[in-house]
Design a protein around this ligand. Structure first.
Ligand code: 3HC
Length: 380
């Protein structure tokens, strides 16, 4: 399974980043999208990202130029798939769209082409079954921004062969990432099972506790050791991504999320976050911008409910054997940038307080909050 040529399908937030990290590792990359204007925008973002790396002396200008030249943007699918060793699909998260896309790919791809999907929530086994090669299909889930986040979740479907797992692990290492094997094809895999429900929980906290967004976000950043606030991270990730992930995850398992209507509303209003200049917050443009969060504001809000929901979903992953505690903490550190282990933060707040909070929430708002047995038995 020698990989030289990679075709990345979809040039959005994830696709352009995956193309860039692949080119940085020396692969020859085709970036494909349905319109030239999308590709132009993606190539501009790659140029910006490379220039940031030059500015920070992580790359020389000459290397940045070589990397940029390794990426060829192409609209025509047949040309884009020619001679591809590995296809990485990063089109929007909609099963009907994926069906259409895989039917098209399958009619054009060469026999040797291996398939990987950057899906964040859709079942790998079901997607693999749409293709002629379920044994050579795998989930390769990168994190935003792929250029900076070191994690890739590797998710085999039930027919994926072992050579594919080895190839995927190897590819991740070559592009400088740290893979974590997701042992079960569950909704949200590891990190999104923890992250996506938190966006909804933060919105519930706003209603239930009458707290301001910056109060909650400051508390999450400074008291739960996240690199960004939750609303800030949702805007950064994109409300379209959050909404689609919510729908898919909730459809497969109602215990994973307690949906808050604000997310769907923002999605329908096309307030998609930073990329549209407005999401939960408002932005000056569509470029990388941070929200001003402070330790003073953090002191005015107790984020235990947010911690409790994060810990409960994390506990569920361990109980179900999706990952062990070590891989869970590794994934949260590398995929969400957590500066402290989640269960170390639980210890700090007190495991009893966390479980009691969940029980109180369950009594008021239903079984979504019922504490997982791992957490109930957790003694720090
Ligand atoms: N390429 C190169 N440089 C970039 C970049 C990119 N794509 N994006 C941002 N940067 C630069 C910034 O411009 C900034 O440069 P500056 O110092 O010159 O201003 C620098 O990197 C980052 O510095 P900051 O001080 O603003 O920020 P941080 O030190 O906090 O790091 C971060 C930024 C890595 C984004 C960090 O905040 C973080 O880890 N955030 C959490 C991200 C996260 O959780 N991602 C996962 C979301 S879930 C997901 O993706 C799954 C999906 O399926 C939904």
């Amino acid at each position: 399974m020698a990989i030289n040529k990679i075709t990345v399908l979809g040039s959005g937030v994830m696709g352009h980043g995956i193309a860039q990290v692949s080119a940085m590792a020396g692969y020859s990359v085709i970036l494909r999208d349905i319109e030239q204007s999308f590709l132009d925008k993606a190539m501009e973002k790659i140029k910006w990202s490379l220039s940031k790396m030059v500015e920070k002396q992580k790359l020389s200008q000459a290397d940045a130029d070589k990397i940029f030249a390794r990426i060829t943007p192409i609209v025509d699918l047949k040309t884009a798939l020619k001679d591809a060793d590995l296809l990485i699909e990063a089109v929007p998260e909609d099963m009907n769209l994926k069906k259409k896309v895989y039917a098209e790919i399958d009619s054009l791809a060469e026999q040797k082409t291996l398939y990987a999907s950057n899906t964040s929530t859709l079942p790998i086994t079901d997607m693999a079954a749409l293709t002629s090669r379920p044994d050579r299909f795998i989930g390769l889930h990168f994190f935003n921004p792929p250029q900076l986040m070191p994690l890739v979740e590797v998710i085999p479907g039930n027919k994926t062969n072992n050579d594919m797992v080895v190839m995927a692990m190897d590819y991740c290492k070559k592009v400088g990432k740290q893979p974590v094997l997701c042992q079960k094809d569950v909704p949200g895999f590891i990190v999104n099972r923890v992250f996506i429900p938190l966006v909804h929980e933060a919105a519930h906290c706003m209603d239930r506790d009458g707290a301001k967004m910056t109060q909650i976000d400051s508390a999450v950043k400074f008291r739960l050791s996240f690199p960004m606030g939750i609303f800030e991270l949702a805007d950064y990730t994109g409300l379209d991504v959050i909404h689609k992930a919510t729908v898919e995850m909730h459809m497969r398992d109602t215990k994973v999320i307690n949906p808050h209507p604000a997310i769907k509303k923002l999605f329908e209003e096309k307030s998609l976050g930073q990329k549209t200049g407005k999401g939960f917050y408002e932005y000056k443009g569509d470029k990388y911008e941070r929200i001003n969060l402070t330790e003073q504001e953090a002191a005015t809000y107790d984020p235990v409910k947010i911690l409790a929901v994060a810990a409960n979903n994390a506990a569920w992953l361990i109980t179900k054997g999706v990952c062990n505690r070590e891989d869970l903490e590794k994934a949260l550190k590398l995929g969400m940038g957590l500066k402290k282990e989640l269960f170390a933060t639980v210890n700090e707040f007190g495991a009893k307080k966390v479980v009691d909070t969940l029980r109180q929430l369950a009594a008021k708002y239903g079984q979504f909050y019922e504490p997982d047995p791992y957490l109930v038995n957790y003694r720090g």
